[in-house]
Design a protein around this ligand. Structure first.
Ligand code: HEC
Length: 112
């Protein structure tokens, strides 16, 4: 095995490790089926189509990747309190924090 080939192999392995780390986000503490319902009742209005091209579209991994890297806590905080064009609690203050957390987890689980 020549050196150039070895380096390439190391690079490939390294990027596999990075990808693995990315998808190791832990969603086990969330109720994804409740989150799906919240999403379907409200969040999809903007996130299914990617409203005005600025709301990250569910399942569009490239639109979610850098957001997911912020970590669940930041995503949840932005969803509960609002963030730029994202209205607090998606515009429904009657939703509990837990329902928002589950909806964020559902959207992330569909967008990894
Ligand atoms: C009125 C449209 C609208 C609705 C309804 C809506 N969102 Fe959003 N959401 C947005 C927009 C626009 C952004 C992008 C904000 C930005 O980064 O400029 C966004 C961003 C987000 C983000 C990424 C935040 C970040 O830090 O990058 C999450 C998570 C999110 N929304 C979750 C939800 C959840 C959960 C619901 C339902 C409870 C919901 N959204 C409902 C418009 C909406």
């Amino acid at each position: 095995m020549n050196l150039r080939y070895k380096n390439k192999l190391i690079l490939i392995l390294f990027s596999y490790v990075l990808t693995a780390c990315n998808s190791e986000i832990d969603l086990s503490e969330y109720d994804l089926s409740q989150g799906k319902k919240v999403y379907e009742n409200l969040c999809l209005a903007c996130h299914m189509v990617g409203m005005s091209g600025i709301a990250p579209k569910i399942s569009n991994t490239s639109q979610w990747e850098y957001r997911i890297k912020q970590g669940m806590n930041v995503l949840i905080e932005h969803s509960i309190n609002g963030f730029k064009e994202m209205p607090a609690k998606g515009g429904n203050p009657d939703l509990s924090d837990q329902e928002i957390k589950n909806a964020v987890a559902f959207m992330v689980s569909e967008s990894l």
